[in-house]
Design a protein around this ligand. Structure first.
Ligand SMILES: Cc1ncc(COP(=O)(O)O)c(C=O)c1O
Length: 399
């Protein structure tokens, strides 16, 4: 949880600016706000960092996915390719938009690939939501080329990969729209928050309007603004944005610390021939939030998780075995497989493109069942890092 590791006076100062003016709302009230426009400032910092023209902040990474889907024109009945390894929000975003998810396999980048997307295509596929899992990226050149060839909208769910890049371009800036999350567990946090980014002015206009009941945000009388489209309320508040403003300034430090720490951790595990590492298409662009590695088979992976526990690694950092996680891999998504919903969704009124109950994803199973991810923290001292490496090595020696 890098962002939260560095909470301090900077975040408090930004929040106090808002508290002192009392304007918690992101729009209007110009005279009262003492010149503080935290949401706008946060958006400018995000756009600049990611090298794009537009950023629009919202309430969460989940609502960022919803905004991206709507802004890119993906809705009722549209088929959308999604990965089975993500946080469940990616899939929910498609379902709640009325779209029909199609699960494609991942490869050892831990993301979708052009090959697996191609195999899942149907004549009705409209979009791909590509998730850059655990701080690193997919093989983007091939995926972008396929999306261009097949006229598919590419949305990047970059919730876990702020600060990552591919061949010099920020992750999230390569498709039509990128989505970010700033929840409590992310690279930087607003407590709760999210954002979409794009270089397309029309998509940006869709985004800020959709995220605020269709308001066109022209003029200074909110009640008299135009409403070109139907929207909803996904507005970020000034208090959350204020935290984001302070956290964005810390992002370069966060990324550089993560890179340094991950390198040391990887050097430790590289001593063990049975361990292999996740494929990273552009190592320079790895945000390095996790060290992801594979054991030869599921049984050894389970043994390794236990050995890491026995060696005391979880007291220093998070040990994720996603195969047994209820929210990040499809194996345990029985609510999706059986489409248990509070109220009827569009997908329940049509024949879905896949039978989720019986869907098999053997390639993804073979990858996720062998995968362990260790959280890379920012604020470790050299001593703590060495202690961690020693404990990891001790654990691996027992396999
Ligand atoms: C890949 C991915 N997409 C979307 C989200 C949703 O973000 P939030 O928790 O801010 O709604 C997350 C959060 O974990 C995520 O990891």
């Amino acid at each position: 949880m890098p962002g939260t590791e560095l909470f301090g006076a900077e975040e408090r100062k930004e929040v106090n600016d808002v508290m002192e003016s009392g304007v918690l709302f992101r729009y209007n009230h110009d005279a009262l706000r003492n010149g503080h426009w935290k949401s706008r400032e946060f958006e400018k910092a995000l756009a600049d960092w990611n090298g794009v023209q537009y950023a629009h902040a919202c309430t969460s990474g989940s609502t960022a996915v919803a905004i991206a889907m709507a802004s890119c024109g993906i809705g009722a009945g549209d088929e959308v390719i999604v990965p089975p390894f993500t946080y469940i929000a990616t899939v929910e975003g498609a379902l709640l938009a009325g779209a029909l998810p199609i699960f494609a396999e991942i490869d050892e980048t831990l993301c979708l690939s052009a090959d697996t997307i191609r195999k899942a295509l149907t004549p009705n596929t409209k979009a791909v939501v590509l998730v850059h899992m655990c701080g690193s990226m997919a093989n983007l050149d091939e995926i972008v080329a396929l999306c261009e060839e097949k006229n598919l909208v590419l949305i990047e769910d970059t919730a876990q990969a702020l600060g990552g890049s591919y061949k010099g371009k920020a992750l999230g800036s390569i498709g039509k729209m990128g989505c970010f999350s700033f929840d409590f567990f992310k690279i930087i946090t607003c407590g709760e928050g999210g954002a979409v980014i794009t270089n397309d002015e029309a998509l940006y206009n869709n985004a800020h309007q959709f995220a605020d009941h269709g308001h066109d945000h022209i003029g200074d009388n909110r009640g008299m603004e135009g409403h070109p489209i139907v929207g909803f309320n996904y507005r970020i508040g000034e208090l959350n944005a204020a935290i984001g403003v302070a956290q964005m300034r810390k992002l370069p430090y966060i990324i550089s610390q993560q890179k340094k720490h991950k390198k040391a951790m990887q050097a430790s595990l590289a001593k063990f021939p049975q361990i292999t590492f996740r494929q990273i298409p552009d190592a320079e662009g790895d945000a390095s939030t996790f060290l992801d590695f594979f054991l030869p088979d599921e049984a050894t992976a389970k043994k390794a998780v236990q050995a890491l526990k026995d060696a005391g690694v979880p007291a220093i950092t998070g040990v994720q075995y996603w195969w047994e996680n209820n929210y990040h891999y499809i194996r345990n998504w029985e609510h999706i497989r059986e489409m248990k919903t509070a109220a009827k969704l569009l997908i329940q009124t049509v024949t879905p493109p896949q039978d989720y109950k019986t869907l098999q994803l053997p390639q993804s199973d073979a990858i996720i069942s062998r995968l362990i991810s260790l959280v890379v923290k920012v604020a470790w001292t050299e001593e703590q890092l060495q202690d961690l490496c020693a404990k990891m090595e001790k654990a691996m020696q027992t396999l």
